[in-house]
Design a protein around this ligand. Structure first.
Ligand code: 26Y
Length: 821
């Protein structure tokens, strides 16, 4: 206590400058060098970190005393974003630090930009996990995020000659990461391969998994501070290394080679993030990553339970485990193995404990993203788990047979094992059979999970399926990313309460027509547009006007997200401008089209689309005849920090997936929250956003999800004629207007000889109509701003605070445990 009080006192009296300089001088040992921005960033981070660690250790020991139920969020991906400003804001020390850093001759914002943005995830699913961690801490839930500490994160994207080149992201090199603590006291052995040994115990057989290879899982913890609360949770990421150090006595050349091979093999497990989303490659190393992370996590969970002297039977009362997609699903057989083989529980009890502990979130209905593992691979890598999966399936199918006798079709649809060559384990089916809750991430998506993806499972356990519409954290996506709008909100809403109660924005709706508010609103948007214009100038060398309509399309490049539809419409717009008279041009709305996003390295068509966008950009931007009426830019290396610059600056953002294919989308929420209007299809969370803000405040087009199957069938039977404008766009590309047509042959073929699976040609006319409507509204500034205010003010439902409260109440049965100040 006394020590604590002393430390408190010390922190109180040590001003920011002194603390930062102490770190420059003594931690970084740069007493005689001039101050540089990178040094100062690190010293500032280390200074903030001291306050963070205090809260963190207090929270953790408070949780230990209280011993409440906790949630463990298991995710192979986290897209954390930069930490410095987030931590400073959540701790409520921004004034102190802004002033302190200014006194040292720097701006806090500039130092913050020195931080490397860790990219330990692909896209939406990883960023959602990080938004959830922020909300869980802010709402005082005792929560753990578990994951993998990849040495190489998502590749860095460079654009060279219009094309994507992937550069490895060795994010830890040359940096000390002040936001993590290596826990040398926390590591676990993880086994692979080996064999199963059966031992007779009385009249029972007990199984033991032995031999094989052992790898060490080493914990790295990052404190996750809640906003203006003492609660600070833990994100624990596992790093792999060899279990045994070299046996120095046994060294001879041959053994050295073998020993270092084993080390390299061990370290390779957490070496690199699989940069694929939505296409499962089924690689052995990926399965190793999944099991490695899951095994270490479960050992950690069980150890904690035992430390609090509780029997495993109490696990479901003390821990909820949420599986972020099927990626950690091997946790189900692993927990069963621990209970059966290590703890000696009987099957029925173990199974009841397991299913009451696990819950599963599905994030996609695309067949190519559904994980399936070959049985022979599982038998070799995890032989005991394969046995357990067979046993789970056997009992599961017995239950099916009892309810629906002699229904072989149903049996094969419901089986965890797919009877193919080789046989495959369907991880989603395993996850559903082994959980008490299965949720989708938006209303439409949950509906499709029930009716299209797993109708037989939903039939069997209707109560198991539920919806949790995604949300985003207003801390990062409004308070941090958009300081000018945040200041406006604080002023108009009479304080900062909105940061944790975003529903308060609704008050603004009544003032949407107020000219003062409108004028401040427009001024704030302009500040953000100028910031993006500056970024574009510096990174693309293209000058854009903040008076133009900023039309943004940023997300992973994928056929179903239809960046192609957008760029084709841009070619059409270019054609229209070229053909227009000066009078017509005078009435046109100038557009800046902003693209960003990464293509999976092996996704050929997606990479061609990037090439096409850049090729169109080069022609359009270089055409003096077009001038400011149209600019097209592709911003390289889309990541969380770039999103923070782009999102607040949009007038329009596009979320135009083929209906039924985007599970939810979360950037749509961020854009709308920042006063951007949405051009979108009736897909994912767009539908609920339209409901919340009023459909007339959104620009909607395209086929509806329930019509897509029928349309595809019709079109296959009788292909409709191609829209003339679209035909003209094809002709331009064919004619080499944007470089050799051969560069885009694959795209043209997919469009002209494919079956329009993504309904691009089908939706093209209504897409152009929606764009025309956008232009008509944009010229009426007051109307536009009115819509912008109304839509932002109705976005309260899309805070991840709401989402997490629903998970906590309905799935985890968790109570908040506020840590006393
Ligand atoms: C199996 C493996 C290759 C794989 C890896 C990553 C499969 C999928 C993914 C990532 C999926 C993902 O990011 N899904 C997105 O999740 C968001 C959060 O729920 C949704 O908003 C978004 O619609 C969905 O595409």
């Amino acid at each position: 206590k006394r020590q604590h009080a002393l430390a408190q006192e010390h922190l109180k009296v040590e001003p920011v400058e002194a603390s930062v300089l102490r770190h420059v001088q003594y931690t970084l040992a740069r007493r005689h060098q001039p101050l540089t921005a990178p040094d100062l960033y690190l010293a500032t981070a280390l200074s903030v970190r001291e306050r963070l660690i205090e809260r963190w250790t207090d929270t953790q020991s408070y949780y230990t005393t209280k011993d409440p139920k906790r949630v463990c969020y298991l995710s192979l991906e986290y897209l954390v974003g930069r930490c410095l400003q987030n931590t400073i804001h959540n701790l409520g020390v921004e004034n102190e630090y802004t002033r302190g850093i200014a006194a040292l001759g720097y701006e806090l914002e500039d130092l913050a930009a020195e931080e490397h943005d860790p990219a330990l995830g692909n896209g939406g699913l990883g960023r959602l996990a990080s938004c959830f961690l922020d909300s869980m801490a802010t709402l005082n839930y005792p929560a753990w995020g578990y994951g993998l500490r990849y040495r190489y994160g998502m590749f860095e994207q460079r654009i060279e000659r219009g094309q994507q080149r992937e550069v490895p992201d060795y994010w830890l090199q040359g940096h000390t990461n002040p936001w993590e603590v290596q826990r040398l006291d926390i590591s676990y052995p993880v086994r692979f391969y080996g064999h199963v040994h059966a031992v007779r115990q009385g009249c029972n057989l007990r199984y033991q998994w032995e031999g094989g290879e052992i790898v060490k899982a080493q914990a790295f913890d990052s404190p996750i501070p809640g906003y203006r609360t003492r609660n600070t949770n833990t994100m624990r990421l596992w790093s792999s290394c060899a279990w045994d150090e070299f046996d120095l006595n046994a060294f001879n050349a041959g053994q050295l080679a073998a020993a270092s091979e084993a080390r390299v093999r061990a370290e390779s497990i957490s070496a690199v993030l699989y940069p694929n989303d939505h296409t499962d490659a089924g690689k052995e190393l990926r399965l190793k990553q999944q099991f490695f992370f899951v095994s270490a996590t479960l050992q950690d969970v069980v150890r904690r339970l035992k430390r609090s002297r509780r029997p495993l039977a109490e696990l479901p009362d003390k821990v909820a485990i949420q599986l972020n997609d099927t990626h950690p699903t091997i946790a189900i057989p692993e927990l069963m193995r621990i209970m059966l083989d290590v703890e000696g529980l009987e099957w029925a009890e173990a199974w009841s404990i397991s299913t009451r502990t696990f819950a599963y979130t599905n994030h996609t209905i695309l067949p190519e993203a559904l994980e399936r593992w070959p049985v022979p691979l599982l038998e070799r890598l995890l032989p005991r788990h394969m046995q357990i999966i067979y046993e789970i399936n056997h009992r599961h199918l017995q239950e099916v047979e009892a309810r629906w006798p002699h229904d072989t079709e149903r049996l094969s649809a419901l089986s965890i094992i797919e009877e193919s060559f080789p046989k495959m384990v369907r991880m989603a089916v395993l996850a559903i059979v082994g959980s008490h809750s299965v949720n989708g991430v938006a209303e439409i998506h949950t509906g499709l999970v029930r009716t299209r993806l797993f109708p037989q499972l939903a039939d069997m356990w209707p109560e198991r399926f539920n919806n949790k519409t995604n949300g985003v954290t207003p801390r990062r996506w409004l308070l941090l990313a958009n300081p000018s709008l945040a200041a406006l909100l604080t002023k108009w809403l009479g304080g900062q309460g909105w940061v944790t109660d975003i529903e308060r924005l609704r008050i603004l709706k009544a003032h949407a027509a107020n000219p003062d508010l409108q004028q401040e609103w427009a001024a704030s948007k302009r500040v953000n547009k100028l910031r993006l214009a500056d970024y574009i100038q510096r990174h693309c060398g293209v000058e854009v006007s903040a008076d133009a309509l900023f039309d943004v399309h940023v997300k992973r490049i994928h056929e179903y997200k239809r960046q192609l539809l957008n760029i084709l419409s841009i070619v059409h717009r270019y054609n229209v401008i070229k053909a227009a008279s000066p009078e017509e041009r005078a009435h046109m709305v100038p557009h800046v089209k902003v693209f960003a996003g990464k293509a999976a390295a092996g996704y050929y068509l997606a990479k061609r689309v990037i090439h096409l966008i850049n090729s169109v950009a080069a022609v359009v931007n270089g055409d003096p005849d077009v001038g400011p009426l149209l600019k097209v830019v592709f911003l390289a290396n889309y990541n969380v920090s770039l999103a923070e610059v782009i999102i607040p600056a949009s007038d329009i953002s596009q979320h135009i997936s083929t209906a039924g294919m985007e599970a939810s989308g979360t950037s749509n929420m961020k854009f709308a929250l920042n006063g951007g209007l949405i051009l979108g299809t009736m897909d994912g969370a767009n539908i609920e956003i339209a409901d919340a803000i009023g459909r007339h405040n959104m620009f909607v087009f395209g086929a509806a999800a329930e019509d897509t199957d029928g349309l595809r069938r019709e079109m296959a039977y009788q292909p409709p004629p191609t829209d003339e404008r679209l035909q003209q766009v094809y002709s331009c590309i064919e004619a080499g207007a944007f470089g050799p047509a051969s560069d885009f042959r694959a795209i043209l073929d997919s469009l002209q000889h494919g079956n329009d699976f993504y309904l691009l040609a089908h939706d093209f006319p209504s897409y152009l109509e929606a764009q025309a409507e956008v232009d008509r509204v944009f010229v009426n500034k007051a109307d536009w701003i009115h819509r912008s205010i109304v839509s932002a003010s109705c976005m309260g439902r899309f805070s991840s605070d709401r989402t997490i409260s629903e998970y906590a109440a309905n799935i985890w049965h968790l109570e908040a445990v506020p840590c006393p100040e």
